[in-house]
Design a binder for this molecule. Structure first.
Ligand SMILES: *[C@@H]1O[C@H](CO)[C@@H](O)[C@H](O)[C@H]1NC(C)=O
Ligand SMILES: *[C@@H]1O[C@H](CO)[C@@H](O)[C@H](O)[C@H]1NC(C)=O
Ligand SMILES: *[C@@H]1O[C@H](CO)[C@@H](O)[C@H](O)[C@H]1NC(C)=O
Ligand SMILES: *[C@@H]1O[C@H](CO)[C@@H](O)[C@H](O)[C@H]1NC(C)=O
Ligand SMILES: *[C@@H]1O[C@H](CO)[C@@H](O)[C@H](O)[C@H]1NC(C)=O
Ligand SMILES: *[C@@H]1O[C@H](CO)[C@@H](O)[C@H](O)[C@H]1NC(C)=O
Ligand SMILES: *[C@@H]1O[C@H](CO)[C@@H](O)[C@H](O)[C@H]1NC(C)=O
Ligand SMILES: *[C@@H]1O[C@H](CO)[C@@H](O)[C@H](O)[C@H]1NC(C)=O
Ligand SMILES: *[C@@H]1O[C@H](CO)[C@@H](O)[C@H](O)[C@H]1NC(C)=O
Ligand SMILES: *[C@@H]1O[C@H](CO)[C@@H](O)[C@H](O)[C@H]1NC(C)=O
Ligand SMILES: *[C@@H]1O[C@H](CO)[C@@H](O)[C@H](O)[C@H]1NC(C)=O
Ligand SMILES: CC(=O)N[C@H]1CO[C@H](CO)[C@@H](O)[C@@H]1O
Length: 519
C-alpha cells in the first residue's frame, strides 16, 4: 500500500474529527473510554507541542480540502482540475493557426428522451473540441504528471499506448460558442451480436428520420446539454408502447460523433448505475492503483457483474439502463466503449465541465439524478453503486426521501468487505429511515441473483447488514452512529460506539492532529 494512502486516510480522520467535534460535546460524554483509541495514542504521539499542533492543523487546511475532495469523489477527485481550453493550448504551445487547422470533434453522449405533449423530447448533451496532434515525448511527459510512482516508460507497450491515448483525450481544446448542427437521426439497426441489445425490449424504431440543429451554441467549456422535441416522422408514441425505441444520432462532419438515443416510455424500470468499482475494477480508494486502472490497464469487469445486468436486461421487460458516473467528460469515450462491449446498451451521463471546484464536483451526482428523475416522473429507479463514493452514500438514500414513489431499490457494494485496501470511511446515516426491503449492502454480484426487484424485493435475507447509521470504516475500526439495526440472519451491528461516538470523535481529533505531524 502506498504511504500516501495512509496519509489521505489520516487526513480524512482529521477532517472528520475536526468537523464533527466542533459543536460542543455533551457534558456527560467526556472521558476517553473507547479502548480502540488508547493504544493508538501511545503508538502515534511521540512529542509534538501544543503550539505546533495548532499550526500544523491550520496549515493543513488546504491540503485537507484537496485530500477530502479526493476521498469524497474517488477517481473523479484524483482527476480534479484537468486542464481545459486555453490552459491546454498554452501548455502545448499551440498557436491559433495550429488550432484552426485541426478538425472539430464532437463527443455525443448517448441521450435519453421522454414523451411529452410536444412528442419525443431528446436530451442532447456532449462536448465540441479539437484534439491537437501532440508528440509521443510530450504525451509521455504529461502522462507522468498523472501516474503516481510509475514512469510511463516502465509500463508494457500496450499500456503505454493507452496511457498516451487517455492523456491525449485530456489535453484537448474545447470549443465554446459553436453551433451544433446538423444532427442526423435515423432508426438504429438491431445491435445484433456486437455488444448487447439496448436494454430489455429495445426495438428498432418505427421512424424518426430527420435532421436537427441545437438551439444554443456550446458553453464556454464547449459543452451542450439541451432537451429538444423532435418530429415523430413515424415514431411510436411514448404512451402507445412499453418498448424502448432507439435512434442513431450522428453529428455531421464529426467522425467520432455517433451515439444512440433511447426513447424511453413513461412507465417501467430504469437502472441508474455508477461504473467505477461496481461495473469495473478501479480501486479508486487506492490512488496509485486507481490511476493505473484508469489510464493504462485494460478495463476489467468486477467479478460476474455483467451476467447480473444481462439477466436483468433479458428478464425484466423494457428495462432502461442509464450509466451515471462523475468521471470527467474527457474520459467518457473510454467508459462508453467499455460499457457497450460488456453491459447492456443505455444512455449515459458524466461530469459536465462547468462543475469544476470541489463543492460543485460533489453536487454533480445529485444534479444528474434529479434531472433523470424529473424527466421520468412515473418510472421506478434501481440505483446501483459502491460505498467508496460519499456523494452516492448521501444522494441515493436522499432520492428515496425526495422522490418516495420513484426509488425501487438501492444496491451498494461494500467495497471494504471484499477489498481490504479500501480504507475510505462511508456514512450510512441516510439509510436510517428507509425500509430494509428497498436497499442492500452486498459483497459479491451473486448476492443480487434471484431477487424479485420488480416486486420490490431488493434485500437478500442471507446477507447480514451492519449499518450503524453514521460513519463506518474510520481508521482504527471506529464507527459512529446509533446502530441498532440487527438484520439479516442474526447479523449484529458492528462496533458502533453508540452514545460514546462523540467522545471517540473528540479524542480522535486530538489524535489526528498529532498523527498528521508525522505524515
Ligand atoms: C398520448 O400522448 C399524446 C401527447 O401527449 C396525447 O395527445 C394523447 O392523448 C395521449 N394518448 C393517450 C391514449 O393517452
Ligand atoms: C502528427 O505529428 C506527427 C509528427 O509531427 C506527424 O508525423 C503526423 O503526420 C501528424 N498527424 C496528423 C494527423 O497531423
Ligand atoms: C490509441 O489510439 C490509437 C489512435 O486512435 C489507436 O489506433 C490505438 O488502438 C489506441 N491504443 C489503445 C491501447 O487504446
Ligand atoms: C449560431 O447560430 C445563430 C443562430 O442561427 C447565429 O446567429 C450565429 O451566428 C451562429 N454562430 C456561429 C459561431 O456560427
Ligand atoms: C456514424 O454514423 C454515420 C451515419 O449513420 C455513418 O455513416 C458512420 O459510419 C458512423 N460512424 C461510426 C464511427 O460508426
Ligand atoms: C452547468 O451547466 C448546466 C447547463 O448546461 C447548468 O444547469 C448547471 O447549473 C451548471 N452548473 C454549474 C455548477 O455551474
Ligand atoms: C420531460 O422531461 C423534461 C425535462 O426534464 C421535464 O421538464 C418534463 O416535465 C418531462 N415531461 C413529462 C411529461 O414527464
Ligand atoms: C462492510 O464490510 C466491512 C468489512 O467486512 C464491515 O466491517 C462493515 O460492517 C460492512 N459494512 C456494511 C454497511 O455492511
Ligand atoms: C456484515 O458483517 C458480517 C460479520 O462480520 C459479515 O459476514 C458480512 O459480510 C457483513 N455484511 C456486509 C454487507 O458487509
Ligand atoms: C442471495 O445471495 C446468495 C449468496 O450470494 C445467493 O446464492 C442467492 O441466490 C441470493 N438470492 C436470494 C434470493 O437468496
Ligand atoms: C434474473 O432476473 C429475474 C427478474 O428479476 C429474476 O426473477 C431471476 O431470479 C434472475 N435470475 C438470476 C439467476 O439472477
Ligand atoms: C432489517 C431491519 O430490521 N431493518 C430496520 C432498520 O431500522 C429501520 C428504522 O428503524 C427499519 O425501518 C428497518 O426495518
Amino acid at each position: 500500500m502506498p504511504p500516501s494512502f495512509y496519509r489521505i486516510a489520516f487526513l480524512q480522520a482529521c477532517f472528520l474529527a475536526l468537523t464533527s467535534a466542533s459543536p460542543a460535546p455533551r457534558p456527560n460524554a467526556v472521558g476517553p473510554r473507547d479502548p480502540l483509541i488508547t493504544p493508538s495514542l501511545v503508538e502515534y504521539s511521540p512529542s509534538p507541542t501544543r503550539q505546533e499542533k495548532r499550526g500544523v492543523v491550520s496549515d493543513l487546511t488546504s491540503e485537507l480540502d484537496s485530500a477530502w475532495g479526493k476521498a469524497t469523489s474517488g477517481v473523479a477527485g484524483f482527476f480534479q482540475g484537468w486542464p481545459t481550453g486555453d490552459a491546454v493550448a498554452s501548455s502545448l504551445g499551440l498557436r491559433s493557426s495550429d488550432l484552426a487547422a485541426l478538425p472539430t470533434n464532437v463527443l455525443n453522449i448517448d441521450p435519453y428522451a421522454n414523451w411529452t405533449s410536444s412528442g419525443w423530447n431528446v436530451r442532447f448533451h456532449g462536448n465540441v473540441y479539437k484534439q491537437p496532434n501532440t508528440s509521443t515525448a510530450d504525451l509521455n511527459k504529461l502522462a507522468n504528471k498523472f501516474l503516481i510512482g510509475t514512469d510511463i516508460t516502465s509500463l508494457p507497450p500496450d499500456q503505454q499506448d493507452q496511457a498516451r491515448n487517455v492523456t491525449a483525450e485530456i489535453f484537448v481544446v474545447q470549443q465554446g460558442g459553436v453551433n451544433v448542427s446538423t444532427i442526423h437521426l435515423e432508426p438504429a439497426a438491431s445491435q445484433g451480436s456486437s455488444g448487447q441489445p439496448g436494454g430489455g425490449g429495445a426495438v428498432t424504431a418505427t421512424g424518426g428520420t430527420q435532421d436537427v440543429t441545437l438551439p444554443y451554441a456550446t458553453t464556454r467549456e464547449g459543452d451542450f446539454d439541451v432537451f429538444l422535441p423532435i418530429k415523430s416522422n413515424g415514431l411510436t408514441a411514448g404512451n402507445a408502447t412499453q418498448s424502448i425505441q432507439r435512434l442513431n444520432t450522428h453529428v455531421e462532419g464529426a467522425t467520432l460523433g455517433n451515439a444512440t438515443a433511447y426513447l424511453v416510455p413513461e412507465t417501467g424500470f430504469t437502472i441508474v448505475s455508477d461504473i467505477d468499482d461496481i461495473l469495473r475494477v478501479t480501486k479508486i480508494y487506492d490512488p496509485a492503483q486507481g490511476i493505473l486502472n484508469s489510464f493504462a490497464k485494460p478495463y476489467t469487469p468486477w467479478e460476474n457483474m455483467p451476467s447480473i445486468y444481462a439477466n436483468w436486461s433479458a428478464s425484466i421487460p423494457n428495462m432502461h439502463f442509464h450509466y451515471l458516473t462523475t468521471t470527467p467528460e474527457q474520459a467518457t469515450r473510454n467508459y462508453m466503449q467499455y460499457i457497450y462491449s460488456t453491459y447492456p446498451g443505455g444512455s449515459f451521463d458524466t461530469r459536465p465541465l462547468n462543475f469544476s471546484d470541489v463543492a460543485a464536483t460533489l453536487s454533480i451526482r445529485k444534479f444528474l439524478l434529479v434531472k433523470i428523475f424529473q424527466t421520468f416522473p412515473r418510472r421506478k429507479f434501481i440505483l446501483v453503486a459502491d460505498t467508496s463514493n460519499s456523494d452516492v452514500m448521501r444522494d441515493y438514500p436522499q432520492m428515496a426521501i425526495d422522490y418516495p414513489n420513484q426509488v425501487q431499490c438501492i444496491f451498494l457494494r461494500n467495497t471494504t468487505a471484499t477489498d481490504p485496501s479500501d480504507h475510505f470511511p462511508y456514512d450510512t446515516a441516510g439509510f436510517k429511515n428507509l425500509n430494509q426491503q428497498m436497499y442492500m449492502f452486498f459483497l459479491h454480484p451473486n448476492d443480487l441473483t434471484n431477487l424479485d426487484i420488480q416486486n420490490g424485493q431488493c434485500y437478500n435475507h442471507s446477507i447480514p447488514q451492519n449499518l450503524t447509521f453514521g460513519y463506518q470504516g474510520l481508521p482504527f475500526g471506529v464507527n459512529t452512529g446509533s446502530g441498532g439495526n440487527s438484520s439479516g440472519s442474526g447479523g449484529k451491528t458492528g462496533t458502533a460506539p453508540a452514545s460514546g461516538a462523540r467522545v471517540g470523535m473528540v479524542v480522535l481529533a486530538a489524535l489526528a492532529a498529532a498523527v498528521c505531524v508525522f505524515l
